[in-house]
Design a protein around this ligand. Structure first.
Ligand code: FE
Ligand code: FE
Ligand code: ZN
Length: 276
């Protein structure tokens, strides 16, 4: 089995996110730790945290918080890098209020500095914030390779992990739309892609999946998500991903273009496909 859920709005409160996901029929969820514009956060009351922790005991898988899009740990601008590092540090402190979950983020865009410099800056940032006491695992997301995004291939992610001291605190979030858009043939050779992931990074580091179809063809580097089965990956591929033995036990997060009813339907569909 897999855990399934979608993104929810943290402004509703932690406990409310838990109840909403129970109502949707899922058993995991994601949320953006900050609103994309301001990047500010407000204090979370202890009783709200306790509220969610109580709900999570009723059979939830690991949660997958998502760091802000504005966080670019390998920016060429040192102020942007500092801001990113500050957000990352504070987000990870806050994650410890919900011990043992995942914090996923986009590795960053190197702009004109080149891949090597970008990878080095990201690893350097991780080495500054990861600590032995933390119970959260930080997940690098596989990226579509739009612009100068780091994470467009497994080798780049491996390289970041190699340069990180506390490797046990780092994993990967496998975004199916991004990986396809980056050029990996999930539709034609899913086994081959996962074997390659295992060879380069190790499937033990694949901790979570962003389950999305893609509006564009393989290798498009576009990053436009589509509803399950309605994009270029298609229904059969999505079914195969959900049921793949190497991916069982992971939280799967929908990031498909849906309203509330759409997510409820997709969660139900995933459950059906999972049990076939
Ligand atoms: Fe993402
Ligand atoms: Fe994603
Ligand atoms: Zn995306």
């Amino acid at each position: 089995m897999i855990y399934i859920g979608c993104h929810l709005s943290v402004s509703d409160g932690y406990g409310e996110m838990g109840r909403t996901m129970q109502r949707y029929g899922g058993d995991t969820f994601a949320w953006f730790t900050r609103n994309p514009r301001g990047g500010k956060t407000k204090e979370i009351p202890q009783d709200d945290i306790n509220d969610l922790r109580q709900i999570l005991k009723e059979g939830f898988g690991p949660l997958v918080a998502h760091g802000s899009y504005t966080m670019n740990l390998c920016s060429a601008n040192s102020q942007t890098r500092e801001n990113g590092l500050d957000m990352l540090r504070k987000d990870l402190q806050r994650m410890e209020q919900l011990p043992g979950n995942y914090y996923n983020f986009h590795p960053g865009s190197h702009v004109e500095q080149g891949e090597e410099a970008g990878i080095e800056l990201i690893a350097d940032a991780l080495n500054q914030v990861l600590n032995l006491q933390m119970t959260t695992t930080v997940l690098l997301e596989t990226m579509a390779g739009k612009g100068s995004e780091i994470g467009k291939n497994f080798e780049q992610l491996r390289e970041i992990i190699d340069r990180t001291k506390l490797k046990d605190k780092v994993g990967v979030c496998f975004d199916t739309c991004h990986t396809w858009d980056a050029g990996y043939d999930l539709a034609g050779d899913l086994d081959g892609v996962l074997t390659e992931f295992d060879r380069i990074i190790g499937l033990n580091r694949l901790k979570a999946v962003h389950l999305n179809d893609s509006k564009n063809g393989r290798g498009s580097h576009k990053d436009r998500h589509e509803k399950l089965g309605q994009g270029c990956l298609g229904e059969e591929t999505i079914r195969n991903i959900i049921r793949h033995p190497a991916l069982q036990g992971r939280p799967f997060i929908l990031e498909t273009p849906n309203d509330e009813d759409g997510y409820i339907r997709e969660i139900r569909t995933v459950h059906t496909w999972m049990k076939e």
